[in-house]
Design a protein around this ligand. Sequence first.
Ligand code: P1T
Length: 383
Amino acid sequence: MSEDRFETLAIHAGQDPDPATGAAVVPIYATSTYVQSAPGDHKGYEYSRTDNPTRTALQTQIAALEGVALGSPGGCITAASGLAATSLIGHLLKPGDHLVLSNDVYGGTFRLFDSVLSNYGIQWSAADLTTDAGLTNALRPETKLVWVETPTNPLLRVVDISRVAATANEHGAMVTVDNTFATPYFQQPLDLGADLVLHSSTKYLGGHSDAVGGAIVMRSESLYERLKFMQNALGPVPGPFDAYLFLRGIKTLAVRMDRHASNAGLIAAFLEADPRVDRVWYPGLESHPQHDVARKQMSGFGGMVSFIPKGGVDAANSTVQRTRLFFLAESLGGVESLIEVPASMTHMSVEGTDLEVPVDLVRLSVGIEHVDDLISDLDRALG
Ligand code: P1T
């Protein structure tokens, strides 16, 4: 009997009953420090920036879901937000290094590389990673990192992870895949050749819009050691209360993702057939430009849908203000549905760059409410 299937790992990996009390749920170890019996003689924990048992359990759980079992090389490093995790990876680079960013990424990821890390001599360029030429033309001798989001935020482009990883690794660059949109339930980038997987755990991993966090997973022991050092040296760690919320949320990741994806598929089909809508992006639609790649590397297409209503930016702005169930808000991946206009909300920082997104694009984070109610809400809001 195999006990390492995804749904089982989500509930059991790193979550053995508490040895001291038998508690079935990992306790919130609300402590900053740990008593030592003699200097340096402790039970594996000294100080909670370095390690905390609730965080350890969460890291074991997330690593297992990305295919890194306890005891195998590598592991998971959690951080106080997705961007804190991105920043840890950024600190692996040195002045003079160059990175390639996919030409559609979360605005905050772009801002970190463009406005912060660039001050430390780290250069970046954007490329269309959906094509071979896009990547090969962007690579430079000093390229050390290729940053892939797939599906991308907010245009839901799908990048062939195996192809990018093969080309980048041959060039001597490592590959990070931001797996926030797909989650490990639908996509396992390490199996496809990625070196690092990044999550904004704020989104589907947590799943309830009640905590901000990030995670990095890798199979390389040396990358793990370097990032573990960065986690402790830079200090952007999640507290034990947030670690507990993520542990709890992740237990239901599989069932939530199935519902997010089935609802999103039906909503994408509804929008595509609606004459009030100009264009729809969802990796599960046959009309999606990289639908074949999505079928190859994903076991489901996720819960994010983007579309452009007819009528330009005014139509987009009025649609997002008319929904009742879809809350007009940034973020994504929670059980409740959200709607937004990326160009004026989550992606303002890309305005005027190669990463610019259409001003009339509407992004949906499809929740797990009843799909008929969600479709009625959109139907009314489209006016
Ligand atoms: O918000 P934070 O936990 O720091 O995660 C940053 C981040 C990283 N990667 C992706 C793909 C993301 O979507 C995000 C955050 N995104 C939003 C807040 C948003 O509404 O798109």
